[in-house]
Design a protein around this ligand. Structure first.
Ligand code: G3H
Length: 255
């Protein structure tokens, strides 16, 4: 803590809280765009912050991405006296398997000796198939757990990078480009004002559900994500942002 004080991270946190109008911000040293280990540090910090938010019974909904994978890596079995059920925030959204919410959710549960449930809802299916999958009892029960979660942990991505990383169909690309999307979080694409310009069709948590979730934890860093972070926190649901110095400084410069 003393090191964080003298290195100016505490000042960055206070400024970001004010600028982004957030309850709590945690900034780790470095820039994850340049140094991959910074992501691990954000993971470590997120785990410590999440621990403080856990109660006697917890349903933790987790999204996908490499940053969330780093959060999962940092979870240890010292969560063992807590009752936690991990659920994926949303079904597959075109990510490769190691970055999928399902995979990350299972990994967090394994690392903490907790339970988990998975959501098997494929992407790019016809709306008829989608509608019938949604009535499946096994899917429905997981959807109910997601709705009842008390913590959600999600990453934030640059909109175009995310659209590229996922096998985005051409019609969706048009929506993302014409809508001037800058940021992405759990399958929603936002413009710089925080307006949703596209949403991936999959089951799970919807943006409006965040209003009822006590702890919404966003973990995202790297100067290149500044615009994306700003767009997503403009939704006003974020209770904690864990980020890095690179993103924090870019956000404060107004980039
Ligand atoms: O939804 C946001 C992305 O999953 C963030 O991905 O952590 O790999 O940059 P990333």
């Amino acid at each position: 803590e003393f090191m964080r004080e003298i290195s100016g991270l505490k000042v960055l946190e206070a400024q970001l809280k004010e600028t982004l109008n957030l309850e709590e911000v945690f900034v780790v040293a470095g820039d994850s765009d340049a140094s991959p280990w910074v992501k691990q540090e954000m993971g470590r910090a997120s785990v410590a912050c999440i621990k403080k938010r856990l109660g006697a019974n917890n349903i933790v909904a987790v999204a996908g991405g490499t940053t969330l994978a780093a959060v999962a890596d940092m979870m240890k079995s010292d969560f063992k006296n807590l009752d936690i059920l991990f659920v994926p925030a949303r079904g597959g959204i075109g990510e490769s398997v190691e970055n999928e919410a399902n995979t990350i959710c299972a990994k967090m549960a394994k690392n903490t000796n907790s339970s988990y449930r998975l959501l098997y809802v494929p992407d790019q299916i016809s709306s008829e198939v989608y509608a019938s999958i949604m009535t499946e009892p096994s899917v429905k029960s997981v959807l109910e757990l997601i709705q009842a979660s008390n913590i959600v942990i999600h990453g934030i991505g640059d909109a175009l990078k995310m659209a590229q990383r996922r096998k985005t169909a051409e019609t969706d690309w048009n929506k993302i480009i014409e809508g001037h999307a800058v940021g992405e979080a759990f399958g929603y694409y936002f413009d710089e004002h925080g307006k949703v310009v596209h949403k991936v069709l999959t089951a799970g948590m919807q943006l409006a559900d965040l209003r009822h979730i006590p702890h919404v934890v966003a973990v995202a860093g790297g100067a290149s994500k500044a615009k994306a972070i700003r767009a997503v926190v403009r939704q006003g649901h974020t209770s904690l942002l864990v980020t890095d110095e690179g993103a924090a400084k870019a956000l404060l410069r107004g980039n």
